[in-house]
Design a protein around this ligand. Structure first.
Ligand code: GCV
Length: 719
């Protein structure tokens, strides 16, 4: 063979060996990519979806389900199924008892499915072998269609399919912290997705994709506006804009909600007070609710932040949270609306440990809220820190509907630049045993209502969605939206399973990719805890933007806004004493936990400095001193990011170049910033402890003053 021929042959081999990615992916398609399967899998898939059958006149929701199935099957197999009315072999059949009376011959467990559940099963129906997607409602069919596509994408055997699922939580909601000027408080994904200026006339097609993505997870409600939003959102112009969004989301089973500023009647100059017990105020809210429901008949209701961080509330008039919540609840009750009233409260005047205040205010009100009020409680008692013990209100209000609020956007876990998969954090919380009995209930059993037999159940996630092309600011942050939705549907889902299915749909279903990326995700949150706030430390971030370390900050107007309030580090030790000799926050937990948390020797290491102030030479379970252990955790956090970075490099041949490069760039930033957190915190704690660094520990490269001098006027996410 001539040299030229040999070179050409070699080039051909190299070209063929290199994976060819059909398109550069920018992340817009999320986990709903439906890229072509290999030809064998593609034709197997097509065999099970030779046509889509719906036997009755389709609603908008059924049309959405059919369109998704056509898009998905077409994308994955190259063959887009026709939509027909009559049964045929190999069809995918969408059926409710109303659309197909013959369903009853199959003796399916339809009652178990409730109003939103679905069932997927290969059956013989009137002589035809078909795959059935059955539900009691159109939205159940839509959820079933998405579930079937998910299973197809993740390699399930469609021939032997038999599965059913019902959501365990009734309200599965996103909370947008989006302002009316399109800034997003704690948003790291660009401007608000809601283009308020152009609504209601211009309806961005992206809203439909937003609805599809949420429906694919079973999310059925969205609060469009920030809990700190202006009262203006309740004026006619905004109601019209909200109605336009509601029209787009409705076919996907998603209701819209708005935030209600408690002082709205006063601020809009339509009342002389906002006192909830004043009949004129109650009448104002009633008429406002009527006005909204006229425009949006299925409006979900209001989310309220009251008497918290400067927001107005019933306490401004000497009333309590129940007075305020019930007054609003009565305005929406005739329309089946709900009031989600947040328990995230801490007072500017109180000198009580901030971690205790919500419990102190809400626990005495147990049983005093109307049935359409849900008290929305953050996962922990401070504020979405990388790790917090579960909020003591879970289990403490048996006569009240308690909803769970999680943060999907990563205000305290590295914004959209750090890779931190929150599935493990959510799972840790949901599985936490409240120990009200010898064993259980878990937080999940409180939240899904199974323990206290509550019917109004809710899980809300503070959205990480913006107008960024990749929606959540980074590819991996899409996984946090995804896992929130999957766990709101089923709080017992595991972080690992959800990660695996997300990776398979988002990057590739090849085991080498799924295994490696899942591993990166599963270790990522613990890495962040370690390089930011190990061993129960919390609230060490810098001021305002909350970007980067600021353990030295001690000059903010309110004591409980300062990191020094939380770590209390000095020459003698570190940590917040919440035991019986300290703030006694431990007493807010069930006695079994209270005992465990009262003693540093029984407190789990991960909560040690949350509950105890301990000397630097305190002897840890590992045999190290506390000082050595703190440093070891900081180092472990940095190392873990480096490991993930190395794993990602190896995946280069299996991931499309655009997304691979973007993630690689972010991991490089994360490694640099993990190092920065580690160095700055060690420099600070060393300055207060006066201790030498243990042998072999690398000293921070800069002086403490140099870390303190860093300023970030450009950091995103301020409200
Ligand atoms: C929407 C924290 C955040 C605020 C947020 C608040 C809340 O304090 O930093 O941006 O305000 O929580 O949950 O209300």
């Amino acid at each position: 063979m001539s040299f030229l021929k040999k070179s050409l042959a070699l080039m051909c081999v190299l070209f063929l060996a290199k994976p060819v990615f059909a398109i550069e992916e920018d992340g817009y398609d999320l986990w709903l990519r439906y890229r072509p399967l290999d030809s064998h899998s593609g034709s197997k898939l097509a065999q099970h979806a030779q046509a889509i059958v719906y036997a009755a006149e389709p609603s908008q929701t059924v049309n959405a389900a059919v369109a998704e199935l056509r898009r998905g099957v077409g994308g994955m197999s190259g063959r887009t199924p026709a939509t027909v009315r009559k049964l045929r072999d190999g069809a995918l059949v969408l059926a409710t008892p109303a659309s197909m009376p013959a369903l009853k011959d199959l003796n399916l467990p339809m009652v178990e499915l409730g109003t939103e559940g679905y069932l997927l099963r290969g059956v013989r129906l009137q002589g035809h072998r078909v795959t059935l997607i059955a539900a009691n409602s159109d939205v159940g069919l839509l959820y079933g269609a998405f579930a079937w596509l998910r299973l197809a994408r993740t390699g399930a055997d469609l021939a032997t399919l038999t599965t059913q699922s019902t959501p365990k939580v009734k309200l599965r909601m996103l909370n947008h912290w989006d302002n009316l000027d399109r800034t997003v408080e704690r948003g790291y994904a660009g401007e608000s997705i809601w283009d308020w200026w152009s609504l209601p006339d211009i309806r961005d097609p992206r809203y439909v994709d937003y609805a599809r993505a949420n429906a694919s997870l079973g999310i059925n409600g969205t609060v469009l506006t920030n809990v700190n939003s202006k009262a203006e959102v309740l004026t006619p112009a905004w109601i019209a804009k909200t109605a336009a969004v509601a029209d787009i989301l409705r076919p996907y089973g998603i209701k819209v909600y708005l935030t209600a500023r408690f002082s709205a009647p006063l601020e809009l100059k339509e009342a002389s007070t906002a006192d909830p017990l004043d009949p004129a105020v109650a009448a104002w809210w009633k008429s406002k609710a009527n006005e909204i429901y006229k425009a949006i008949p299925d409006f979900g209701g209001f989310l309220v932040k009251a008497n918290s961080e400067g927001q107005p509330g019933p306490q401004d008039y000497g009333r309590n949270h129940a007075d305020g919540a019930n007054m609003l609840a009565r305005a929406v009750a005739p329309h089946n609306g709900v009031v989600l009233w947040r328990a995230f409260v801490y007072s500017p005047e109180s000198r009580e440990d901030r971690a205790k205040q919500a419990f102190n205010e809400f626990k005495p009100l147990d049983g005093r809220f109307d049935s359409n009020v849900v008290i929305q409680v953050k996962n922990g008692a401070i504020d979405f820190q990388p790790r917090e013990p579960f909020h003591p209100l879970f289990g403490a209000m048996p006569k009240t509907a308690l909803g769970l609020e999680l943060q999907i956007t990563k205000e305290y876990l590295g914004f959209a630049t750090h890779l931190a998969y929150l599935g493990t954090m959510y799972e840790e919380l949901l599985k936490a045993d409240t120990r009200l009995r010898d064993v259980g209930p878990t937080v999940a059993e409180i939240v899904d209502g199974s323990f206290h037999h509550t019917s109004s159940t809710a899980m809300a996630g503070v959205a990480n969605i913006g107008s960024s092309r990749m929606w959540s600011g980074s590819h991996f942050d899409q996984a946090n939206w995804y896992v929130f939705g999957r766990m709101a549907w089923d709080p017992r889902a595991t972080a690992r399973d959800v990660a695996r299915e997300w990776v398979a749909q988002t990057f590739s279903a090849k085991p080498v990719v799924v295994d490696a990326v899942t591993e990166m995700m599963m270790t990522s949150r613990e890495a962040v805890v370690n390089y930011m706030t190990p061993l129960g430390l919390h609230h060490l971030m810098d001021t305002g933007h909350h970007y980067g370390p600021g353990p030295w900050v001690d000059n903010l107007q309110r004591a409980d806004w300062n990191p020094v309030y939380y770590h209390k580090a000095d020459r003698n030790g570190v940590g917040f004493d919440r035991g019986p000799g300290g703030s006694n926050a431990v007493a807010q937990y069930a006695p079994a936990w209270s005992r465990v948390f009262s003693d540093p020797h029984t407190t789990p290491d991960e909560y040690l400095l949350w509950f105890h102030h301990l000397p630097w030479d305190y002897s840890m379970r590992s045999g190290k001193t506390l000082w050595q252990e703190v440093i070891a955790h900081y180092d472990a956090g940095v190392l873990s990011v480096a490991d993930s970075q190395a794993r990602w490099v190896k995946l280069k041949p299996s991931i499309d170049p655009l997304r691979h490069a973007d993630v690689a760039a972010r991991l490089a930033v994360q490694l640099r910033e993990a190092q920065w957190w580690r160095d700055a915190c060690i420099a600070y704690f060393q300055s207060v402890s006066g201790l030498p660094l243990p042998n072999g520990v690398r000293p921070p490269p800069l002086t403490l003053d140099q870390y303190k001098a860093r300023r970030f006027s450009f950091a995103p996410g301020r409200g």
